[in-house]
Design a protein around this ligand. Sequence first.
Ligand code: ZN
Length: 129
Amino acid sequence: MELRVETDARTTTVDVTDRVADAISPDCDTGTCTVFVEHTTAALAIQENEPRLREDIEGFLADLVPDEGHAHDRLDNNADAHLRATILGPSVSVPIRDGSLALGTWQSILLVECDGPRTRRLSLTVLEG
Ligand code: ZN
């Protein structure tokens, strides 16, 4: 199944936990849900949804990767976004127990937008068992 998520800034994080949880069939008691972002300038992370921490994540990625000076910028001027997304990766896997995402108390699934605002596609794959 697929989710579409709107982002509203060039760099931002969007908590998609509830949308992923709602997409899981109640028939699935135990399994694994893999969430995959189908883009090269956005990523996924499991982290605490705390506004200052989300700001820190954005700042941390900006500190790690300079905005300019990359070879790919000569093509479409967004190498920084590709590199930031590369650090985090495009997918997360979450166990399903008793029909629900078995996340820790402070864990949320965050879409990390590195080149928005855009509409992002997430694919969800549930493996039962
Ligand atoms: Zn590019």
